[in-house]
Design a protein around this ligand. Structure first.
Ligand code: SF4
Length: 207
């Protein structure tokens, strides 16, 4: 089932029975980024804070294992799913191996998802932990900076357990979510998900 088909089938929530959505903490303005900031402002997610019929469960996997601020890290030799399968590593910019800590953080995030019985996760794309569609391929500070299609370690942990994960850039999917929590919302029918934009199609040579 595509993300959009899944979102269309979500129930219409109420304040007494809100939709349960796990979210990367930084997307809600919490300053848990590697540099002690919130990694910028993301109105597509911040607007969700205003709805009583949606409960955002905030979690930052990297802060859980490594604290904030911390070094920047990226996945080397594969994707987050490869890290979980023992085939790739998470290394910091100075070369420290954070693979074990990142896997523990992803397991903790999965525990939170199960305990809260979440119905959706919205996660910060590009992050080695939270990316859901695109992540760096190796060190993002290298001269040969590259992107790859794939999920970060925590997102991969959720995906392989069957949870639906979208990113803050999946604007078409988010439009469906907005319409579920706000009957007056007028859906923007030209909004696109991240994998539909020109940059993505050009970079990954997808026609
Ligand atoms: S690990 Fe996830 S929640 Fe934490 S700062 Fe990075 S993207 Fe945000």
């Amino acid at each position: 089932m595509t993300d959009r088909d899944y979102l269309k089938k979500l129930r219409v929530p109420t304040p007494n029975d809100p939709l349960r959505v796990l979210v990367s903490s930084c997307l809600t303005g919490i300053m848990c980024g590697y540099d002690g900031t919130a990694n910028g402002e993301y109105p597509s997610v911040l607007k969700l804070l205003a709805y009583e019929n949606l409960r955002l469960i905030k979690f930052c996997p990297e802060e859980f294992s490594f604290g904030s601020p911390r070094e920047m890290c990226d996945i080397h030799g594969g994707t987050g799913m490869d890290v979980l399968n023992g085939k790739a590593k998470v290394l910091t910019e100075s070369g420290k191996d954070w693979t074990e800590g990142m896997i523990k953080a992803s397991e903790r995030m999965l525990e939170v998802a199960r305990k809260e019985n979440i119905e959706l996760a919205i996660m910060m794309d590009i992050s080695a932990a939270c990316g859901s569609q695109v992540i760096y391929d190796g060190n993002r500070f290298s001269d040969q900076k590259k992107y790859q299609i794939g999920a970060g370690v925590a997102a991969a942990q959720l995906l392989r357990s069957g949870y639906k994960v979208i990113s803050q850039r999946d604007y078409a999917s988010l439009e469906i979510l907005y319409s579920k929590i706000d009957a007056a919302h007028v859906v923007n029918t030209v909004a696109k998900d991240h994998h539909e934009i020109e940059w993505y199609k050009d970079y990954f040579k997808i026609s």
